[in-house]
Design a protein around this ligand. Structure first.
Ligand SMILES: Cc1cc2nc3c(=O)[nH]c(=O)nc-3n(C[C@H](O)[C@H](O)[C@H](O)COP(=O)(O)O)c2cc1C
Length: 220
């Protein structure tokens, strides 16, 4: 890993492109190419620099490459995700962006077992509304690192997708992978090299329309 010492300035063209075009990958995953463990560890090293509440290094990463375990996770994923995807499909206008998003999600459900690496970020403990470890604090200590992982992967030509369907059957996932009860699963990232590099920024509202200054509802 290289260290930046000479300058504090970043190439904004490059960093802004990285930040705005790191997308949820689906059909462009290269299912034929392995993602080496040392590359994944590099991404995890970078991800570990992200903020964590109370400096409590309680995050862990589980990388699943074993075909039989991926197959079992895929079956659980389909059981959890397919009914939801079917309901979204029914509500989506044919040919709309939402309809394309649903079909991209279906592709992941159909091909999960073929994706070279499934990366599961977890954290020791559980969110607790009644303590200082609120859900905000708990998940806020994991998700910045997950996004850093996704950015680090993208910088290396590797695509990712943040998925949460499997968190709805975390106990079954825990059984497949031997995850112990004190650990909370936060997401599952399918990870593979991507093909092509024509990712475009997602259409989003303008910053002025979603930002208020000093008083709620007052535009900046
Ligand atoms: C909190 C969260 C949960 C998500 N869960 C899933 C999931 O379980 N399965 C899936 O295929 N995509 C999942 N996604 C990916 C979104 O569906 C994806 O971001 C959406 O299709 C929009 O695509 P874009 O990010 O390229 O604009 C999730 C994204 C987020 C932020």
């Amino acid at each position: 890993m290289t260290e930046t010492t000479a300058s504090t300035a970043f190439d904004l063209g490059q960093t802004d492109r990285l930040l705005t075009t790191t997308k949820a990958v689906s059909r462009r995953f290269d299912l034929t190419r392995d993602v080496p463990m040392d590359v994944l560890l590099d991404c995890i090293r970078i991800a570990s620099a992200a903020p964590i509440g109370g400096n409590r290094e309680a995050n862990r990463w589980l990388v699943v490459k074993d075909p039989a375990k991926k197959q079992r996770l895929a079956e659980l994923y389909q059981a959890a995700g397919n009914p939801y995807l079917a309901s979204l499909r029914e509500a989506a206008e044919p040919g709309s962006r939402q309809s394309r998003v649903v079909e991209a999600g279906q592709y992941i459900a159909d091909h999960l077992a073929e994706i070279p690496a499934l990366v599961i970020p977890v954290r020791f403990g559980q969110p607790d509304e009644t303590s200082i470890y609120t859900p905000q604090s708990f998940y806020g200590s994991v998700v910045p690192g997950v996004w850093s992982f996704q950015l680090a992967a993208r910088s290396r030509g590797i695509g990712t997708r943040f998925t949460t369907y499997l968190t709805s059957c975390a106990e079954e996932v825990a059984e497949v992978l031997g995850i112990t009860a004190e650990v909370t699963q936060v997401a599952l990232l399918p990870v593979a090299y991507y093909t092509g590099d024509s990712f475009t920024p997602a259409p989003r509202r303008t910053p002025e329309s979603i930002t208020y200054l000093d008083t709620w509802g007052v535009a900046p």
